[in-house]
Design a protein around this ligand. Structure first.
Ligand code: DGY
Length: 320
């Protein structure tokens, strides 16, 4: 009997001509949560947003690899997986460019009021009954990158043509990028006080959860725009809402939310100083296909008896 591979993302994300690479080695089933009855047999799992925790793993005694479709693996309990000798893999690098492009789409979308401009052309321009308020220049602004890993670095690369002052805050200094792109390391308080645009590129960890909360928001300039393409929980959404509603900061452009999909009654949705997208920063044809190939490739290597590539850093050096 062939081992069973479960794919819990849909075929739009992992097309069948990509997952077919597993067919000579395994039976492949696309599943939608809940899929508990199949977990008992599963040897490998390609996982989208489902939580892979102790309770989940208890139902999957034969699981050998959880291949996360995405770079962030905060929904996967890596310690529990390691205890049970389950590899955790993810898809780094392949999506950095797309996420950086989307970050810039959000920055420019907010600064030049693109969603509102589109609406005015469709509904008001010809009737001359509503004008588009002015936007803001990029030139002379300070762009602050909160987190300067792979995605932050791509955002920084794209920032070079805009005549910006560039600062960053991270737990690690990146002297290579400082030299290459003229970005300055500053401490967190200086970062908050200096930036006109704060773009968030940290993973969700206990140390980053809620890092943009009341205190951080109170240290920002009134011209600050908070842009988030990382994880919603890095920002205290209620605190952000209050700061935006009271116009203590200029705005926000968000691709990620504390709860996803974000509920229609989220008060952020009623504000006019926000630009919002539905966690789609990596959603391009090329990038999603690249992610699918990488996630499937990790499972294939495992089924062939090799240590999968793209194992998460916490499992570096471990072989099960
Ligand atoms: C990622 O790669 O982690 C994206 O946010 C999609 O989950």
């Amino acid at each position: 009997m062939k081992p069973l591979v479960l794919i819990s993302t849909d075929v739009a994300n992992v097309p069948e001509d990509v997952s077919s690479a597993l067919k000579p080695l395994a039976d492949v089933a696309y599943v939608k949560a809940p899929y508990d009855e199949l977990l008992g047999e599963a040897r490998a799992l390609l996982v989208g947003g489902d939580k892979v925790n102790e309770e989940f793993l208890r139902k999957a005694p034969h699981l050998g690899v959880a291949s996360r479709f995405g770079v962030g693996y905060d929904a996967v309990d890596v310690e529990a997986c390691t205890r049970r000798k389950v590899y955790v893999t993810h898809t780094p690098d392949v999506l950095s460019g797309a996420v950086a492009d989307h970050t810039w789409a959000l920055i420019l979308g907010f600064m030049r009021r693109i969603p509102e401009a589109d609406f005015i052309v469709r509904e008001h321009w010809a009737k001359k009954d509503r004008r588009l308020p002015f936007g803001w220049d990029m030139k002379g602004k300070t762009l602050g990158l909160l987190g300067l890993g792979r995605i932050g670095a791509e955002v920084l690369k794209r920032a070079q043509g805009f005549d910006l002052d560039l600062v960053y805050y991270d737990v690690m200094k990146r002297e290579d990028l400082e030299k290459l792109y003229g970005v300055r390391y500053v401490d967190f308080d200086e970062f908050l006080g200096a930036s006109d645009i704060i773009s968030v590129h940290v993973p969700l960890l206990p140390s980053t959860r809620g890092i943009i909360g009341d205190d951080a928001l109170s240290k920002m300039k009134s011209s600050a725009v908070v842009v988030n393409t990382s994880r919603g929980q890095v920002i205290d959404e209620k605190a952000l809402y209050r700061a935006l509603k009271e116009k203590r900061i200029r705005g926000a452009a968000l691709d990620v939310f504390e709860e996803e999909p974000t509920p229609l009654d989220n008060p952020l949705l009623a504000l006019d100083n926000v630009v919002l997208t539905p966690h789609c920063a990596s959603a391009t044809w090329e990038t999603r296909r690249g992610m699918a190939e990488m996630a499937v490739g990790s499972i294939k290597a495992f089924l062939e008896g090799r240590r999968p590539p793209n194992v998460v850093p916490e499992q570096r050096g471990l072989s099960f």
